[in-house]
Design a protein around this ligand. Structure first.
Ligand code: LIP
Length: 254
């Protein structure tokens, strides 16, 4: 196991313990919008992850949901979502995770996702296999959308909601089932594990998906990422088992 992966796992587990022990307790809300919530615990979790990573790699850059620290002299950048599924967490829904990825010259080389409530830790290194709790995992074998369970993410602006609803409505009749779970990182981990056959979201951030897309690719699946058509600066992502024809999953690429 390389030093970067080892550090990412240690940081994810430490942040997961912090988040798990505060689950269900009164939480300080830093910001509350129509479709989103920012918790003080998000910040504490990212501070803990950042501290642990920079102890080992003081010159690395950080890109996180709760703030970034760019160092132009390095080719390494940690991409961190300190609580992915914050709204679930706030409402006491035990479906959230810690997501940590490392990019070298922009390419994702390490990915770790940790669900502290189920004690499920996924990891992968570029070019290697994908693992759940140290056991090799793989994507599902479904070959037709009618056999598939597809998770669709929906973010915060009306434009994003309208696009996501059109995807949801289209797939509701063609897929076996559709799901909307509130955590992009866990959606991707579930595709890598064969629990979902595909995941689609039209407007997410790198920190939501960086670790998860590496997991999917290392688990034998495929992923397509493009600039979001509904929100500038965001990403559109399609990740699937690589066996269903991509055109069956979404008529609007990606
Ligand atoms: C969430 C994503 C989810 C998206 C939500 C939110 P957060 O991340 O995981 O896929 O639909 O709007 O962005 O904010 O909970 O870290």
């Amino acid at each position: 196991m390389n030093q970067y992966l080892e550090a990412a796992i240690k940081a994810a587990r430490a942040a997961g313990e912090l988040v798990r022990e505060n689950f269900g307790r009164p939480l300080k809300v830093d910001a509350e919008e129509a479709h989103d919530i920012k918790l003080e615990l998000d910040v504490r979790s990212q501070e803990l992850i950042t501290k642990l990573l920079l102890e080992n790699f003081p010159n690395h850059s950080i890109l996180g949901e709760e703030g970034s620290a760019e160092n132009t002299s390095t080719e390494f950048e940690w991409v961190i979502d300190p609580i992915d599924g914050t709204v679930n967490y706030f409402y006491g829904i035990p479906h959230f995770c810690i997501s940590i990825a490392l990019r070298q010259k922009g390419e994702i080389i390490v990915g770790v996702i940790f669900d502290p409530m189920r004690d499920e830790l996924w990891h992968a290194e570029r070019g290697g296999k994908a693992y759940l709790n140290d056991r090799v995992i793989g994507v599902s074998q479904s070959t037709d959308v009618s056999q598939s369970v597809v998770s669709i993410g929906m973010s915060k602006t009306l434009a994003e909601v309208e696009v996501a609803l059109s995807i949801f409505q289209d797939l509701l009749v063609r897929a076996r089932k559709c799901r909307m779970m509130g955590s992009a990182a866990l959606d991707l981990a579930y595709v890598a594990t064969g629990r979902f056959d595909a995941y689609i979201e039209r407007s997410v951030n790198w920190w939501d998906i960086a670790a998860g897309v590496l997991l999917v690719n290392c688990a034998g699946g495929e992923s397509a990422i493009a600039p979001s058509a509904v929100q500038k600066g965001k990403l559109s992502v399609l990740a699937w088992n690589g066996k269903i024809d991509r055109n069956q999953l979404t008529k609007v690429y990606p």
